[in-house]
Design a protein around this ligand. Structure first.
Ligand SMILES: Nc1ncnc2c1ncn2[C@@H]1O[C@H](COP(=O)(O)OP(=O)(O)O)[C@@H](O)[C@H]1O
Ligand SMILES: [Mg+2]
Length: 286
């Protein structure tokens, strides 16, 4: 048993000889909204040798769940997210979302994605940026939905503001609202707050929790912040690299709604320490 498994991990070590893969006890297919099944991803740069970015990654995310992936830079976190977003194809293995392929979901605008770079169009206002996916999908804009989201992300009064008139945190909130506007079944967030200062980032974490609590969209957050993952997620997958693989799976024990006070609790600090240890090059003692 790892150090972490004594303080809240709900995973069982697979008995199948995959020594460092941990899976949940409840892995019934009905429960899985997203399933990554033995995915390997190799990249080749130019005519150079092949590089294995992901080595046999398997994980399941349940409907309505908030899952975080943490791991050191370059371990393949974004690659996992990009497989789900259908921005990359696995070299081998299979990805399914509610029984569909990621490309089917993407084509049907059932996936919402936000990255560290907010990618807002500078000449559009907050409400126009949030409404953009309607235009791209050839759908009629639901102005009530746009208004509701602006309220939900706390930007009422900034409907007509352009990105350069807003702070970095506000721009990221607009980017997340845009990812949510078509009511996606899955929200994929890749380091959305990575470029923000620590105080703003914490505020954004609180706001994201509030938004998620209201919408309960199945969410995958890729982050290198242990604090952020612990504050927001129901479960955390710890990846190690390279090649990237899932080292551990941790169930976060804090009840919801979570207040910033939990970040000052002894249990929070204990989990931060354990997860940080697991991220170090040789990981936690097994
Ligand atoms: N399109 C690509 N072409 C070549 N190599 C890539 C590509 N995307 C990612 N990689 C490589 O795969 C590895 C994992 O990348 P990534 O998933 O972005 O890691 P992380 O998000 O954990 O920092 C890195 O070594 C990266 O350089
Ligand atoms: Mg990344």
């Amino acid at each position: 048993m790892s150090h972490i498994s004594t303080i809240g991990i709900s995973a069982k070590r697979q008995a199948s000889g995959q020594a460092d893969v941990l899976t949940l006890a409840d892995t019934s297919p009905e429960a899985a909204a997203i399933e990554i099944d033995h995915c390997i991803k190799k990249f080749r740069l130019g005519s150079g040798p092949e590089m294995t970015a992901l080595a046999d990654v398997s994980l399941k995310i349940r409907s309505g769940e908030f899952v975080a992936i943490i791991g050191p830079s370059g371990c393949g976190k974004s690659t996992v997210l990009r497989l789900i977003a259908s921005l990359e194809q696995p070299t081998s293995g299979h990805v399914s979302i509610k029984g569909n392929s990621p490309s089917e979901l993407a084509d049907q605008h059932r996936l919402g994605v936000a990255f560290q770079d907010h990618a807002l169009l500078p000449w559009l206002t907050t409400e126009q940026n949030i409404a953009l996916p309607y235009r791209l999908a050839g759908k009629k804009t639901d102005h009530d939905r746009v208004k509701d989201l602006i309220r939900l992300i706390g930007l009422a009064g900034f409907e007509k503001a352009r990105p350069k008139q807003m702070s970095g945190g506000m721009r990221q909130r607009v980017s997340i609202a845009r990812a949510l506007v078509l009511k996606p079944e899955v929200l994929l967030l890749d380091e959305p707050f990575g470029a923000l200062d620590a105080v703003t980032r914490r505020q954004m974490n609180i706001e994201l929790q509030r938004t998620w609590t209201e919408l309960r969209t199945t969410t995958l957050l890729v982050t290198h912040s242990v604090d952020e993952a612990l504050f927001l997620a129901d479960r955390i997958f710890v990846m190690t690299g390279r090649p990237g693989r899932v080292l551990q799976e941790v169930s976060v024990p804090f009840a919801r709604p979570r207040t910033p006070e939990i970040m000052r609790s002894e249990e929070f600090h204990r989990l931060v320490d354990s997860l940080t240890l697991a991220l170090e090059p040789h990981g936690a003692p097994q």
